[in-house]
Design a protein around this ligand. Structure first.
Ligand SMILES: Nc1nc2c(ncn2[C@@H]2O[C@H](COP(=O)(O)OP(=O)(O)OP(=O)(O)O)[C@@H](O)[C@H]2O)c(=O)[nH]1
Ligand SMILES: [Mg+2]
Length: 145
């Protein structure tokens, strides 16, 4: 059986590659992702795939290689990016992650509602890839995967 990975989806610049690097234990800056990147434990989906509705079927297809899906929303950029109910298209558990946590606390309600609308069940996790806030809690959950 093929190894299952943690799939990361979210709009461009929401922190998928930065978070994938943390999960894979890689240090260093993230570059804009152009293609699906299979990491040691992760499957990093470029933001442009999510932003192009005709690519959604490829995201759903690629999720066959995933044990879980992390759906990211960034506090700094409130952009509608998930179709309503999108989380329900996956047959594996979906975990909501709000990145940039603390950068725009006034946007937190919008981010939570965005995740709810896409069908992600609670709780969602708050992290900041800049200062490491919340990463321990999320890594604890991912350790069991
Ligand atoms: N301060 C802070 N910066 C963040 C956070 N998440 C992402 N960034 C920054 O935002 C930029 C883009 O992050 P990436 O991890 O490359 O974003 P991505 O989701 O992989 O983007 P694409 O590959 O274009 O889809 C980087 O400069 C990150 O350092 C966060 O939680 N806090
Ligand atoms: Mg990336």
């Amino acid at each position: 059986m093929r190894k299952k990975r943690i799939m990361l989806i979210g709009p461009a610049g929401s922190g998928k590659t930065s978070l994938a690097n943390v999960i894979n234990g890689i240090s260093g800056p993230a570059r804009r992702t152009q293609n699906m990147v299979y990491g040691k434990r992760t499957l990093d989906v470029p933001g442009v795939y999510l932003e192009s509705p005709w690519m959604h079927k490829h995201i759903i297809g690629a999720a066959q290689d995933a044990s879980h899906v992390l759906m990211l929303v960034n506090q700094s950029s409130c952009r509608e990016c998930y179709p309503p109910g999108f989380a329900k298209a996956f047959r594996v558990p979906v975990i909501g992650v709000i990145t940039g946590s603390g950068d725009r606390p006034d946007h937190d309600g919008w981010c939570t509602r965005q995740l709810k609308k896409t069908g992600v069940s609670e709780p969602c996790y708050h992290v900041n890839l800049g200062d490491g806030t919340g990463l321990d809690d999320l890594m604890e959950v991912l350790k069991e995967i």
